[in-house]
Write a new protein. Structure first.
Lengths: 338, 338
DNA sequence: CTGAAAGCGCTTACAG
DNA sequence: CTGAAAGCGCTTACAG
């Protein structure tokens, strides 16, 4: 079954293609009677305008693209949900691409989206990204860009983020209030801003509570997965380090640490407490359940799409776009591991 | 910065648009010298043809769409990864839409994809889908369709699935070999084929091993989440039912059951063993770790895309498309819960 | 080997 | 209020 065109409708109703097009788009200079005839017929034959032909005239593709560092990842999936849901409401379709935390792939993916003439790009910067010229490309092409979660201080665009430093501060403060004094930190890689900020929040909480910062208590999780958490924890136990709590950069390393503690029959939280970050589904399902920081991904995604719409409309009005930084609130979730 | 067009290149090189187009597409009737000039220049100015204009001529959008029942879902995320990765290799972009297990939304999402003129649709049928005319629409529009995971026996299209019945049989047989005789089943909803097949595999394994099927040991998980598993487990314990093992339709209800057993201080697997299905990441991270059936999502996704390519090429050669059903192998993963 | 021309299906400025 | 015409940026059958 071939797709119908404006011409098919025009000839069926014995009017011009122009009038059909205008009627369907509710132009004021078409008679109500004609509009009704056209709309009724279009409805009847289930006509939908060809978006590719429309693009050629309007230069709006009604399409956006998302580049995330990981695909099978609870937090990023929540973000996807937020963006996609909001996009659907506004008749946008969403391409999903994954950078696998690689700088090269991130560049490629952005280029692919630009080639597809998307109206907007949503990006969470890969851990390995050390240079931002590919992001400047997006701005040069006049494509809207909204960065979320993993941002950089140097990108000239709007962003939707959380206050990582403050959230980490709250998490560590919580451990201190529980009487913990030797708090290790399983931090993320060195490059990403959020891993830096969570580390800074950790250090600040220690210092403001009169606990000396000890760099030997900081361990790097390059992949931010469970086995890194497990291995660091095992190392702490093997070396009999004086540690009474763990603050992990994310839930997976924290879950790995808990698994290790259980295997070594260490009491959680009495001997060692564990604090995660992000509130993945898994954190409530393990035993003991994991205390963590809730990072509302779906809300961030929805907000990111709204920022895109704002910028799109600002440009349509030929007004200058002012980049904004939105901070989404986080909440401490106390469970059994602290 | 405006996007460059063929005309820009043509006038820069003082040749015709036709020749530029042919040179870039390696037509044989363009001189090698001209091809080199054009390609070098196109490379230099970073030209990429406008895909919307190309579509209008070729009627290939180089775009596919996926409709999955849930977005934040380990198994479907693996499938996405498989399809997207394979699509990228072949220069396709992928729209992602979610049906939220709703029949109405599934219809809407398919219509959206058809309106965007995607070349192919990948679908996992929603739990609530009770009618398949919307799927017939896809075939009528001559759009390629590949169904994966949750299929129906009535859809006239290719599919990539697992042998749910056999996999469930293997899982229950494993429990029986461990000496379990009173095996409860937390089954999925009534409609989806995979939940029916897993149930049938369960029953068959019991019967072929001389264990009488007891319908009171079958509990329905409509949402297939952890709290249903938790609640059913609690009910079994509260009613002091004679049960020594659980076979759950998926990992999440199994994880919920384990959480409940731990809270009630029931020994796993000695008193009650628990078997999941799907091999989500979480199944290896909880304590005790969960025995399950590995269902290789990424592989299924990749295979699904290859089936799409085959059908596309068959149509291009004007040969009749023969629908195929691919079964992906599953593996039993034995861990500590059995 | 090269290029003029038609046409894909829309949108919209313009004429009547 | 209606419609002829131009044009978006490609592809390709056809002419030379």
């Amino acid at each position: 079954m071939k797709n119908l065109t404006l011409r098919d409708i025009a000839s069926a109703l014995n009017i011009s293609v122009t009038t059909v097009s205008k009627a369907l788009k509710n132009y004021p200079d078409v008679s109500v009677k004609t509009k009704e005839r056209v709309k009724a017929y279009a409805e009847k034959v289930n006509f939908t305008p060809n978006s590719f032909a429309a693009y050629l005239r309007t230069h709006e593709s009604k399409t956006v693209g998302i580049v995330i560092p990981r695909l099978n990842h609870f937090f990023f999936s929540s973000i996807l949900r937020g963006i996609i849901t909001e996009a659907e409401k506004h008749e946008y379709m969403t391409f999903i691409l994954c950078s696998d935390e690689s700088y090269e792939l991130e560049k490629t993916q952005i280029q692919r989206l630009l080639n597809k003439n998307v109206d907007g790009i949503f990006l969470s910067i890969a851990d390995k990204t050390h240079d931002l010229t590919h992001i400047q490309n997006i701005m040069d092409k006049d494509t809207n860009l909204v960065i979320f979660d993993k941002y950089s201080k140097l990108t000239p665009c709007s962003s939707v983020v959380i206050d990582d430093r403050k959230a980490a501060y709250t998490a560590v403060e919580h451990l201190i209030k529980k009487g913990k004094k030797r708090i290790a930190h399983f931090r993320g890689p060195l490059l990403p801003q959020n891993s830096i900020d969570r580390f800074l929040g950790y250090r600040q909480a220690l210092e403001e509570n009169g606990i000396e910062y000890d760099k030997d208590l900081v361990f790097i999780c390059d992949e931010i997965n469970d086995s890194e958490g497990y291995d660091h924890m095992q190392q702490i136990l093997d070396q009999k380090m004086d540690v009474d709590a763990i603050f992990a950069v994310a839930d997976l390393p924290a879950v790995g640490a808990i698994k290790c503690l259980i295997e070594n029959k260490v009491q959680i939280p009495e001997e060692i407490a564990v604090m995660g970050f992000s509130n993945w589904l898994i954190s409530s399902l393990i035993t003991p359940s994991l205390s963590t920081i809730d990072q509302p991904g779906e809300l961030m995604g929805r907000k990111a799409f709204q920022v895109f719409l704002d910028e799109r409309d600002t440009k349509k009005r030929n007004e200058p776009v002012v980049f904004q930084k939105y901070e989404i609130e986080t909440t401490l979730i106390e469970r059994k591991s602290t």
